[in-house]
Design a protein around this ligand. Structure first.
Ligand code: FAD
Ligand code: NAP
Ligand code: FMN
Length: 593
């Protein structure tokens, strides 16, 4: 054995530009390290391999960014690096000054906003007094979705801010659309060898703990074999309408059988459901295009492509632009070219792609042109409404069917409609679990839990309550639930009242918005109970919110700040600081959409 710690590692590891690694080489290296580790384990006097630290941070709402970081963690040792992986809000801005190699993967939420667990980081680094980061080398991978106006905005902002602070970008930012896996893998292959060339941050003693497994300090995650690309075909073993016949909405309870899939889940996780487009809609669209079912689209029939491959309902920006170019309609052309998003949204409300084809018959598209303007069909996420402790063999979902009538047709949401209309011969659906490690019950089962979940936002809280009931957790539970009318929309009423009787649900406050002249919302109930709610927080309570992101979650956030200010005597600034502390301690958690 040589004098230098790196002598144990093949020379080319540190000269990756001379030998970029193929999958086979990585696999060989993986075996090499595993062997090396076992040799070292056998030899107490062996000098330890030393790896250079790389700090790998994720900002995520539904786990994609975290999963990319796990891939970095798994490959880092192949490049002589040891990944130190954390959520962005676990990073103290001051500590960044000491970090010389930083990789950031961050998604965008809301309308161009940071995901919840990147918010505090962003507040800190954007501050005018943030110290400069001259010694930091970095690269950013931004996850997003081109259907949003502010595509990958959070990643773009972080990337720009680090540059402004003097940090050195070692590889350009990559912005990923919904199919992020391939560009993310390419980015990892670029940045790991590149970043290993920079910085002098002290090597870490010790070899990777399990071959090339990461050392994030968290329990190693075993990835399910069922994912976005390979969903498990689950039988929908039960469905039951929850909302009453007089309700303005249809909320349905589904149970997706897990069969022999080996799928495991936890309360707080979401389920990805892969829809199939409505066959009637596909038929009407093919007719409108003047094409036939078997028209060839890159080796697949048009019918197959429209049914399984593409988002055919929500018009894409590319389709709208092409439509305006061909329709010969001045008003449409003005609307599309003036860039007024609000006006465009108003115009598009209640119109799907087929409506637009019919409204502008002068715009002609060949089947190939039309399909090239569509985006790939995506899964939809649903907050799981069961706990494995109560439902080990099936995953429960609580879904509001998107349904409306316009332009002489019944319109259905792609996925909520697909699940609802399965009786057209479709009795199973492709599913996969989207773990949400950031949305869990407190580890301390004695800690009080406050849950705010109007409408379908109740889903994860039914799971939490099932979980706490099954485990006999002693902690108090308080649910704020609401919807339009008590008579029609009080979903899961029997279960909730039962848990109240059993003492599992310590407090239950409901807000039925349309049962009286003035609107009563969940935050009205929070304000009415401000003293007690603040007391629960002071006792170490956890505050959870689920449901509508655009209005409800923002108003609940403000109501929380207001009640803290009122009950503690703090001014608004200090009440916000109190809320930020809750976020930092992971006692204020949101699952909003
Ligand atoms: C993490 C997460 C968890 C979620 N959990 C749940 C859950 O537990 N339960 C749940 O029901 N949903 C949940 N959702 C929302 C869910 O993922 C889907 O977005 C929802 O079911 C709609 O999908 P769809 O395919 O049925 O509709 P789509 O085909 O995607 O259509 C939705 C679009 O239809 C349009 N639209 C909707 N209503 C109308 C109307 N009345 N008139 C005109 N246009 C309209 C809007 O443009 C809307 O964006 C969650 C989302 C996320 C991200
Ligand atoms: N992204 C998507 O495609 C998608 C699909 C489905 C649902 N969602 C979102 O998920 C949400 C859940 O839908 P849902 O039908 O279950 O419930 P919802 O629309 O959120 O309604 C539940 C209750 O919340 C009330 N509410 C309205 N505005 C509020 C506010 N600012 N603060 C607090 N409460 C408010 C409603 O009252 P009123 O109705 O009387 O005002 C109703 O009583 C929807 O609002 C929607 O934004 C999104
Ligand atoms: C409610 C919601 C809002 C979103 N808003 C944006 C947005 O404004 N801009 C964008 O580029 N992507 C947006 N996205 C897409 C996500 O960034 C994308 O799905 C990403 O892969 C999620 O990664 P994560 O699981 O790490 O959070 C949004 C997704 C959801 C569900």
């Amino acid at each position: 054995m040589g004098d230098q710690p790196f002598d144990l590692i093949p020379k080319q590891l540190f000269f990756p530009e001379e030998a970029p690694f193929s999958k086979e080489q990585k696999s060989w290296l993986s075996g090499y390290f595993a062997g090396l580790q076992s040799k070292l384990a056998d030899n107490d006097s062996a000098q330890k391999v030393q790896l250079k630290p790389v700090h790998v941070f994720y900002g995520t709402q539904t786990g994609n960014s975290e999963s990319v970081c796990q891939d970095i963690e798994s490959s880092a040792a192949s490049f002589g690096l040891q990944a130190n992986m954390r959520a962005l809000d676990e990073v103290e801005a001051a500590d960044l000054l000491e970090m010389e190699r930083v990789l950031i993967v961050c998604s965008t939420y809301g309308e161009g906003e940071m995901p919840d667990n990147a918010e505090l980081f962003w507040e800190a680094v954007r501050a005018p007094d943030m110290p400069r980061l001259e010694n930091t080398h970095f690269s950013v991978l931004a996850l997003g979705d081109t259907s949003y106006d502010e595509f990958c905005e959070a990643g773009k902002l972080i990337d720009l801010r680090l540059e402004q602070l003097g940090a050195k970008r070692i590889a350009p930012r990559v912005d990923c659309d919904v199919d992020y896996e391939d560009p993310a893998a390419q980015w990892i292959e670029t940045v790991l060898p590149e970043i290993s060339k920079f910085g002098s941050e002290a090597p870490t003693a010790g070899v990777p703990e399990a071959g090339l497994q990461g050392k994030s300090g968290k329990a190693a995650t075993t990835r399910s074999k069922w994912n976005r690309k390979t969903p498990y075909s689950s039988v929908v073993q039960a469905n039951r309408r929850l909302s009453g016949a007089g309700s303005a909405k249809e909320i349905v309870h589904y149970e997706m059988a897990l069969g022999d899939s080996g799928i495991t889940y936890e309360a707080g996780d979401a389920l990805g459901v892969m829809p199939i487009n409505n066959p009637d809609l596909v038929t009407q669209m093919i007719r409108e295009l003047n094409a036939s079912d078997d028209t060839d689209i890159d080796g697949r029939s048009l019918a197959e492509t429209l049914t399984h491959g593409l988002e055919i309902s929500t018009p894409t920006k590319d389709f709208l632009r092409a439509l305006s170019e061909r329709a010969g309609d001045d008003e449409l052309e003005r609307l599309v070219s003036n860039g007024d998003r609000e006006q465009q949204d108003d115009f598009l409300w209640s119109k799907d792609t087929l409506d637009l084809l019919r409204l502008y018959p002068a715009a002609k598209f060949s089947a190939q042109e039309f399909t090239a303007l569509m985006k790939p069909l995506q899964h939809r996420a649903y907050s799981i409404s069961s706990s494995p402790k109560a439902a080990p063999d099936a995953i429960h979902l609580t879904i509001a069917t998107v349904m409306y009538h316009s332009h002489d047709r019944d319109h259905r949401g792609v996925c909520s409609g697909f699940l609802r209309d399965r009786d057209q011969g479709l009795d199973s659906a492709g599913i996969f679990v989207q773990p949400n490690k950031n949305y869990r019950l407190p580890e301390d089962s004695d800690a009080p839990v406050i849950m705010v979940g109007p409408g379908t936002g109740i889903a994860p809280f039914r799971a939490f309550l099932q979980d706490r009931a099954a485990s006999g957790a002693k902690g108090k539970n308080w649910l704020f639930f609401g919807d339009q009318h008590k008579e029609h929309d009080y979903i899961y009423e029997e279960e909730l009242v039962g848990w109240q009787k059993d003492g599992v649900l310590t407090k239950l406050d409901t807000a039925f918005s349309r049962d009286q002249a003035e609107k009563i919302y969940v935050q009205t109930r929070m304000a009415e109970n401000s003293k007690e709610l603040y007391a629960w927080l002071e006792e170490g309570g956890y505050f959870y919110v689920c449901g509508d992101a655009t209005r409800m979650a923002k108003d609940v956030d403000q109501a929380l700040i207001n009640l803290i200010a009122k009950e503690s005597g703090k001014d608004e600034e200090n009440a916000i600081a109190y809320v930020n502390k809750l976020k930092k301690e992971k006692r204020y958690l949101r699952d909003v959409y």
